[in-house]
Design a protein around this ligand. Structure first.
Ligand code: FNR
Length: 186
């Protein structure tokens, strides 16, 4: 079984990216499990806090889930043509202390997808993640892309992915990503 940890980069209850993550769980191919992780309770990074109290428990727990996963899927919103600060903050915490970064992220297959009510589908946020993933020493997945624009029309009132075309694109993305992750861990 290939274990994927999917992290949604929004704390919002009705987040489109959390809806997209939920749909990714539903369409994951056989042989893969996709679990979700939330960034909601992660505090703002503060070097003083780290120095006095170390890495918060909620961050340590996320780090261990990342370390234990065969692959990580970032489900990213886009803010001001880049990575939302809240999401970057969460990932920054998981790189502390830096001496532990290679254990958590080194060689980790990482994919990314994203949804926005806007017209460009988080293309610029996804591009902005690339140098971060390089710095973390990950193995980014570039074999497929999924950028979901006009998200308000893609999910129904219950948050289910109702657009057949996007569902098909997501299914294809998940098949390709899981194959990539499985190849690395095999
Ligand atoms: C946005 N939004 C946005 N959308 C986009 O496609 N490109 C952008 O540059 C921005 N910029 C931006 C800045 C800020 C500060 C906010 C709060 C929002 C809109 C954004 O995509 C929208 O709020 C999504 O609903 C956020 O994702 P979740 O919370 O639905 O997952």
């Amino acid at each position: 079984m290939t274990a994927i940890l999917a992290i949604a980069g929004s704390a919002r209850t009705k987040s489109y990216n959390r809806m997209l993550l939920q749909a990714a769980i539903e369409v994951a191919p056989q042989g893969a499990t996709v679990e979700s992780a939330s960034i909601k309770d992660i505090p703002l990074y503060n070097g003083d806090l780290e120095e006095t109290s170390g890495v918060p428990d909620v961050v340590q727990a996320l780090k261990e889930r990342i370390a234990g996963a065969a692959g990580v899927l970032l489900v990213t919103p886009e803010y001001n043509n880049s990575i939302p600060g809240v999401f970057k903050n969460a990932i920054d915490w998981t790189t502390r202390p830096s001496s532990d970064m290679a254990r958590v992220w080194g060689g980790k297959p990482v994919g990314m997808i994203g949804a926005t009510p806007g017209p460009w589908g988080t293309a610029l946020a996804q591009a902005a993640w690339v140098p971060v993933l390089r710095t973390l020493g990950t193995l980014p997945f570039f074999g497929a892309r999924l950028q979901v624009p006009n998200a308000a029309g893609v999910f129904d009132e219950h948050g289910a992915l109702s657009d057949a075309k996007v569902r098909s694109q997501l299914t294809k993305y998940m098949v390709a990503f899981v194959q990539f992750v499985t190849r690395q861990s095999g």
